[in-house]
Design a protein around this ligand. Structure first.
Ligand code: ADP
Ligand code: ASP
Ligand code: MG
Length: 404
């Protein structure tokens, strides 16, 4: 008998009809002789609605209370799904993250999983009861409810699959797998049959939100086989697997985009040891994730430092950078919230130096200005104006012959 963890995203449980269909699929999986553990997201856009509601009553939105509020979304889905399963004659019990024994640190709204106990889930499975777990949440070491950051239900599912020794973790969503570009932006995007963890990490880190980045890191570290697939067509989707020598190494496997970041530039910073350390320590102490960093060549003892941060942390990052720029007597600080990052990802890129040139030529042919560039061995990313993102992604998809 195999144990399968199935995670259903917001659209997959978006209304009563969807919940009924998910219940049917869980029942079917069980009928085929498998044990199933289910993880659910909040219905539809309800997390966004709760965040907006919080914004209407509070400017401060304390993290502890945000977590208490947002975890309610997943509780609704889990209870409704258990009820739908009961009608199909399948015994199911819902569990909050805390009841499932998902222990996190105390970093509210973006807590990290420290340990997964899972005892109550094992007991339920032993009694032939399907555990349905609320995604995206846990309980901190100081016994407060926490959330794992947006998209965190993917991480819940992978963490449970690892802790329970599941055969695989199925991520059901509203597209039929991982595509070589966001199918919403590029209608000709192609579904990938297999993707290596390394490529998927880059795809998730650069805006391919079909899987949350932390869930891919967790799956790679714990060797959890991931299968991303559709809860609408139920057809086989994309497997995220360890790279093996027989896998075709595409030069460019995917083009991604991300419009969730903002850029801050501190200009005319004295070019001497310790300045960058102070700036980025200040940001790190506020748990702000800095993505791209660029420092210009020094001119008469001064340089400019630009970096990108999540837009959600923009105001805080701006004020931290402003304070520091005063302390170090930098001349100016500028910020741009309307940027987008586009990236090309491919394991075969390591041995093909012309890819960057072709990427820049493609953007130039569209008259798109590049503001920042960064690379890893299997990725090239460019920051451009947000208004240029859609055109850039489509042009790159075509230029690298990624269409169906
Ligand atoms: P869920 O609510 O199921 O977690 P998400 O909205 O988080 O779903 O993720 C699915 C969405 O990810 C798709 O609707 C699609 O628009 C988007 N997406 C972005 N990039 C990709 C990609 N490379 N492949 C597939 N989907 C992608
Ligand atoms: N409901 C949460 C969100 O919208 C978690 C998730 O769906 O993964 O981010
Ligand atoms: Mg998601």
């Amino acid at each position: 008998m195999s144990l399968i963890v199935q995670k259903y995203g917001g659209t997959s449980v978006g209304d009563s009809d969807r919940i009924a269909q998910v219940a049917e699929h869980v029942a079917r999986t069980k009928r085929h002789g498998n044990q199933v553990v289910v993880v659910v997201s909040a219905m539809g856009k309800s997390t966004d609605e709760l965040i907006s509601l919080a914004g209407q009553v509070s400017k401060t939105r304390p993290g502890r209370e945000m977590d208490m509020l947002l975890t309610s979304g997943e509780r609704i889905s889990m209870a409704l799904l258990c009820m739908a399963l009961a009608d199909l004659g399948v015994q199911a019990n819902s569990f909050t993250g805390s009841q499932a024994g998902i222990i996190t640190d105390c970093d509210h709204t973006k807590a990290k999983i420290l340990e997964v106990k899972g005892d109550r889930l094992r007991e339920a499975l032993a009694r032939d009861v399907v555990p349905v777990v609320a995604g995206f949440q846990g309980v901190s070491t100081s016994k407060d409810v926490t959330t794992l950051g947006r998209g965190g239900s993917d991480t819940t599912a992978v963490a449970l699959a690892a802790a329970l020794g599941a055969e695989c973790c199925e991520i059901y969503t509203d597209v039929s797998g991982v595509f070589n570009a966001d199918p919403r932006l590029v209608p000709a995007a192609r579904k990938l049959g297999k993707v290596s963890f390394e490529e998927m990490l880059e795809i998730a880190a650069t805006g391919g939100r079909v899987l949350a980045l932390r869930s891919v890191e967790y799956a790679r570290n714990h060797q959890v086989a991931l299968h991303v697939r559709s809860s609408f067509t139920w057809e086989p989707g994309t497997w995220i697997v360890r790279e093996d020598p027989s896998m075709e190494q595409a030069i460019v496997s995917a083009v991604t985009h991300d419009i969730s970041q903002a850029k801050i530039t501190v200009s005319q910073v004295p070019d001497k040891p310790g300045i960058a350390a102070r700036l980025f320590r200040g940001l790190a102490d506020h748990s702000i994730n800095v993505d791209m960093i660029e420092q210009n060549t020094s001119v008469s003892g001064h340089t400019d430092i630009s970096f990108t941060v999540p837009r959600a942390d923009f105001a805080l990052a701006h004020s931290v950078a402003r304070d520091l720029s005063r302390q170090v007597e930098a001349s100016d600080i500028t910020a741009d919230e309307s940027i987008g990052m586009i990236s090309l990802i491919g394991a075969g890129m390591k041995t093909h130096p012309a890819i960057a040139a072709q990427m820049f030529e493609t953007l130039a042919s569209q008259e798109i200005n590049i503001e920042m560039i960064s690379t890893s061995s299997i990725r090239i990313s460019c920051v451009v104006g947000e208004r240029d993102v859609e055109r850039a992604v489509q042009a790159l998809h075509e230029s690298f012959a990624l269409a169906r």
